[in-house]
Design a protein around this ligand. Structure first.
Ligand SMILES: Nc1nc2c(ncn2[C@@H]2O[C@H](COP(=O)(O)OP(=O)(O)O)[C@@H](O)[C@H]2O)c(=O)[nH]1
Ligand SMILES: [Mg+2]
Length: 362
């Protein structure tokens, strides 16, 4: 490398040497151009209603932004999209890592686009902020679906809290529906509280399982089984078919021990293989029956209304907390009071009062 290049490269920058002017003017021009290209909320809404995927992706990025200046614009877009949303079925899919969720969604999603449906796949995975990598793994499992022009796959929003990630996914559902997607699939990992959040934004909740060493029910969280509208034993292929059928019987027996659901729907069990596609059409058949029944008894619509109220309250909770904990004075006081509580210098309740009083005086 000659000496001229050395100076031009930021890697070899020496203290006291200002960067070559050409660099900074280029950057400024790029930023200016980028700013100019930022679409207005009206342009975004028009794009979404026009089924323009770039506009949809940009609007989702706006919704996911942690920049408070973007919040207002995001809300404008969502409000304008609301009247065009709602005409869809929202399906939640959960199961522990490795059970085959992504592979299942690839097979199921392709089956649905084959029926002429437009499928959006979203995820609620608060751990993705930490692990970063899981999204890439998922996209390689959904190779066919990624290429399908009637499918749209969006990885989980990242964020500090499950509440934040869940709210963003919930708003993304609205945007996808306005863009003409009629089947929304939301994947979540079978850890933490993310199932509860996803359950409160979907119409149908599907629990994926695999057959284990015989004691199928061990280690399964009661709450998750209670939420499930269907339990599907995946990987029912090859030598596994017999075991999968046994597991199905066991889950079926266990499901009968739960109280009847408000929807009037009796949860079903089935087996499938995301690899051979056996049992995949039957999953859709089950969901169709569920829709017919719950739309017939109006539960479907009531639940969506309830979910809307729930999300209003959740959003208030989340924003209040965020505002409180991001307050500079609170942040300072919080550290001090945490230490004081730890050292038994003040009771937790008294410390909380100091912080809350300071906050509400603002
Ligand atoms: N034999 C078999 N393997 C499967 C099936 N579904 C998924 N797998 C495999 O299980 C592993 C985990 O799948 P993945 O979709 O990434 O699971 P996720 O973590 O739940 O999303 C992968 O190696 C898949 O190829 C299936 O139906 N049968
Ligand atoms: Mg996965």
């Amino acid at each position: 490398m000659d000496s001229k290049n050395k100076i031009a490269s930021t890697l070899h920058e020496k203290a006291g040497i200002s960067p070559p002017e050409i660099l900074s003017t280029n950057v400024v021009a790029q930023i200016q151009q980028f700013r100019k290209k930022q679409p207005t909320s009206k342009e975004l809404v028009e794009g979404i209603l026009d089924k323009n995927i770039t506009a949809l992706s940009r609007a989702i990025t706006l919704v996911e932004s942690t920049n408070t200046n973007h919040l207002e614009k995001a809300n404008e877009v969502i409000n304008a999209c609301l009247p065009h949303a709602n005409k869809s079925v929202r399906i939640g899919i959960t199961g522990v890592p490795g059970v085959g969720k992504s592979t299942f969604i690839e097979a199921f999603g392709k089956y649905l686009t084959g029926l002429g449906k437009k499928v959006a796949v979203l995820a609620v995975d608060p751990s993705s902020t930490i692990s970063h990598g899981s999204i890439l793994g998922d996209k390689t499992r959904m190779e066919e679906l990624v290429k399908d022009k009637n499918a749209y796959i969006r990885p989980s929003a990242s964020g500090e809290t499950l509440g934040g990630v869940a709210r963003k996914t919930r708003e993304t559902i609205t945007l996808c529906e306005a863009a003409g997607f009629d089947t929304i699939i939301i994947e979540t990992v079978g850890v933490g509280q993310s199932e509860t959040a996803v359950h409160s934004m979907v119409d149908f909740f599907l629990l994926l399982k695999i057959s284990g060493a015989g004691d199928e029910l061990q280690g399964i969280k009661r709450g998750i089984m209670e939420m499930a509208d269907a339990i599907v034993i995946n990987k029912a292929d090859g030598d596994n078919i017999r075991k999968a059928n046994l597991a199905k019987t066991e889950f079926n027996r266990a499901l009968h021990l739960f109280p009847a659901k408000k929807s009037g729907w009796i949860p079903t069990t089935a087996t499938c293989s995301a690899i051979t596609h056996d049992g995949i059409p039957e999953v859709w058949e089950t969901i169709s029956k569920f829709l017919e029944q719950t739309k017939g008894n109006l539960y479907f619509f009531e639940k969506r209304k309830e979910q809307n109220q729930y999300w209003m309250l959740e959003t208030i909770n989340e924003q209040l907390k965020l505002h409180f904990f991001n307050h500079p004075e609170i942040q300072k006081l919080l550290d001090e009071n945490k230490k004081a509580v730890q050292n038994d210098e003040i009771s937790p309740f008294a410390a909380a009062q100091i912080l809350l009083k300071t906050y509400f005086k603002k």
